[in-house]
Design a protein around this ligand. Sequence first.
Ligand SMILES: [Zn+2]
Length: 115
Amino acid sequence: MPTAPDPTRAAPPPGPSPSGRQVRDPDLPALMRSLPIDPRRRLPIPAVTAHHPNGDLDFTTVDGATALRLASEGRCTICGKPFHGPVAFLGGVGAAVVGVYFDPPMHPVISTPGL
Ligand SMILES: [Zn+2]
């Protein structure tokens, strides 16, 4: 079961992350700028990011319960804000043909930076 991150962990020093991306990157979509920041990677934490029991983030795993809840509420699974227009699903041609996607719905403007 996902848990909250450990707030006692030390934040990294200011400056670029190992990937070179800055916290609160102005190139991020506005909808993502209010997301919490992973102190280790200095990247926004999508709403559906799974947490290990020790509080570590798992950016490779979608928290299925949170994704289902947000989607059923008509909210973006990245920023958690309501949809007021088109919804994006990420996937290839095969996913589009059958209409089945592994990633949950998100705002179209948010889907682009992650590609
Ligand atoms: Zn969003």
